[in-house]
Design a protein around this ligand. Structure first.
Ligand SMILES: *Cc1c(COP(=O)(O)O)cnc(C)c1O
Length: 467
């Protein structure tokens, strides 16, 4: 007898599949948005059609009694493909500027401003006074100058683009002098030597890895020198028998030989961290005071804004940058500009305490401890984990204060059944992904980087473990 007929007859109807999907939590959100729409019906029809074809061609392994199971598996696979690729994650790692998780998160009022700009027309490049074409940079230039003391400013896609543009504008076909101790590589393949090359300049390395003196630079300066360049050693520290030169010394040398002096500050903070117990790092205003020709830094590191590259410095030089053709290719988009203006306005109004990353960096230890204890008590109720609260260290991340350790409290768990690697995998791949730190045999949740509602989500997710 033909095996295929009973299988074909066992196939459910479209509305039956839909009813079963409706009780599956995983797809609640999708179904709320698409449940009564033709799109879902179309997906179900496609799955059923595929099933029919597989049965007819004899490629199906399911028995009649398993047909439902088989269809629902196919359906789940299909619906998972419908979820957006970019999704929210819960950052319990304690790394505040987590590059893989999008670095700085924006303040809620900045998010509102971006959303408004995204769905409306704006005066992006329009001078409302005279109705003529305007410049997109005006929306942040004055703010940046006021906040840093610089003469002029402009912004591009990111700090890598900022460095590239500066090199290309002032050192195309020329030499750029950099200390061997500052040939930085940032994760994600930004390397100073390579960026110089891409910008059309020749790198001249001076000094040694651990010691560079001003005479090393001076001996290398000649008519082919386009720039003197200083880079912030963002993600490492050279300790021991060391010497590096200050921005001031380099500025003096630049003046003597009439060569522009540029510093890539990396994180570029407006806030002096020493008051909060961080190691001294030059703030952006201090770098401006040193007299540098141009300074570049990121928008989404210690500034706490969107991905952007900020360039500030002497007006004559900023004007030249704006005329470079590359500027058009590296330009900042309107949503980023909105996020940047919104963030800069918080600094202007002295409301940096509203910037999420600064809240996290300065979060009081007793507050962190209380949240760790709260999470502990919620997880204990699940009766499936061993739970402890102890002290540990969070990290700034994003190539800022690389050796700084922020004292914190963590909620640490291990499953009573199964191992922590399985649990870690479960947390990353079920529902809203939760990223944690693993230390010895513990999975750690660091409340420093948790946001409102995260504790509830974590507990709800853990409640699904091993059931
Ligand atoms: C982070 C960093 C960069 C790259 O900045 P992006 O904004 O990520 O392009 C460049 N230079 C230094 C020194 C950095 O720390």
């Amino acid at each position: 007898m033909d095996q295929r007929k009973p299988l074909l007859r066992a196939l459910p109807a479209v509305h039956e599949v839909q009813s079963r999907l409706e009780v599956m939590e995983e797809f609640t959100e999708f179904l709320t948005n698409h449940g009564d729409k033709l799109y879902l019906t179309k997906l179900i029809r496609e799955v059923l059609q595929k099933a029919r074809e597989n049965i007819l061609s004899g490629r199906v392994e399911a028995e009649e009694s398993q047909i439902w199971n088989w269809i629902m598996k196919m359906m789940q696979k299909e619906l998972r493909k419908q979820k957006t690729s970019l999704c929210r994650v819960i950052n319990a790692t304690g790394v505040v500027l987590h590059t893989n998780c999008g670095r700085a998160i924006l303040a809620p009022e900045v998010v509102d401003f971006v959303a408004e700009q995204a769905g409306r027309y704006s005066n992006l490049e329009l001078n409302l006074e005279n109705g003529e074409r305007g410049s997109r940079y005006v929306h942040v230039e004055k703010l940046l100058c006021d906040l840093t003391g610089a003469e002029a400013a402009m912004v591009v896609n990111n700090n890598a683009a900022a460095v590239l543009l500066v090199i290309n504008t002032f050192a195309l076909g020329k030499e750029v002098i950099v200390s061997r101790g500052e040939l930085v590589e940032i994760g994600g393949s930004f390397r100073i030597p390579e960026v110089l090359k891409a910008g059309g300049a020749r790198l001249v390395e001076v000094g040694s890895t651990n010691r560079t003196w001003i005479k090393d630079y001076e001996e290398a300066v000649h008519s082919e020198t386009g720039l003197l360049f200083k880079a912030h050693t963002s993600n490492y520290r050279i300790e021991g028998f060391t010497h590096s030169i200050s921005s001031q010394e380099l500025v003096q040398l630049g003046e003597k030989y009439q060569v522009p002096v540029v510093e890539d500050l990396g994180s570029g903070s407006f806030i002096d961290g020493t008051a909060m117990g961080f190691q001294p790092e030059p703030t952006v205003s201090q770098a401006v005071q040193a007299g540098l020709t141009l300074i570049t830094f990121s928008g989404d590191k210690l500034l706490g804004g969107p991905q952007a590259g900020i360039i500030i410095g002497k007006r004559e030089f900023i004007d030249k940058l704006k005329k470079n053709q590359l500027t058009r290719a590296l330009r900042i988009d309107k949503l980023t500009l909105a996020a940047l203006e919104g963030t800069l306005r918080l600094y202007e109004r002295q409301e940096a305490d509203k910037i999420p990353i600064w809240r996290m960096l300065t979060k009081p230890e007793d507050e962190i401890r209380a949240e760790a204890e709260l999470l502990k008590s919620e997880i204990e109720e699940l009766n499936r984990f061993q739970v402890e609260v102890f002290t540990d260290f969070s990290q700034v991340g994003g190539g800022a204060w690389p050796t700084e350790k922020l004292s914190t409290w963590v909620c640490a768990i291990r499953p009573l059944q199964g191992n922590i690697l399985e649990l870690d995998n479960f947390l990353r791949t079920t529902g809203i992904p939760v990223l944690t730190r693993i230390k010895k045999d513990w999975i750690l949740f660091d409340p420093r980087t948790l946001l409102e509602g995260d504790i509830g989500e974590i507990t709800a997710l853990l409640d699904q473990w091993n059931t």
